[in-house]
Design a protein around this ligand. Sequence first.
Ligand code: TYD
Length: 135
Amino acid sequence: MNTLNDVMVFEIPNVHEERGKLAVVEKEIIPFAIKRVYYLYDVPSDAYRGGHAHKEQHSLVLALSGSFDVIVKDGNTSKRIMLNKPHIGLYIPTGIWREIENFSSGSICLVLASTEYDESEYIRDYDQFKLTKTT
Ligand code: TYD
């Protein structure tokens, strides 16, 4: 069963040039194959996103622009991680509760996901999530 020890910050390899920077996510650097990419944009600063865990999905969350806080919980412990660099990704495996808040103006939250969208693999109730961690 995953805990916060399995949540990891990944540095995405990047190329710096005078013309700008380029970051590359290749399959070797993340611990799952990407099936879907989605992103949050035009998010009001007081919005609360996430508020769920996944039974199947692994994710890599990146702040492509601006910043926001990701709160991860494993049922025992919680951690707040600010993402504010486009080449830093937060890996969240299955069975970890996540919340995202404190969005800066113009921020973009990119999520690389290991599964297609399937509402039945979401756990959106925190008490139910806690139960999955004790049984
Ligand atoms: P939701 O999971 O609540 O977003 P967040 O976790 O960022 O707060 O999703 C918002 C809506 O978008 C919800 O109706 C489900 C839908 N949705 C899709 O249709 N496809 C997707 O890939 C995702 C992630 C969400």
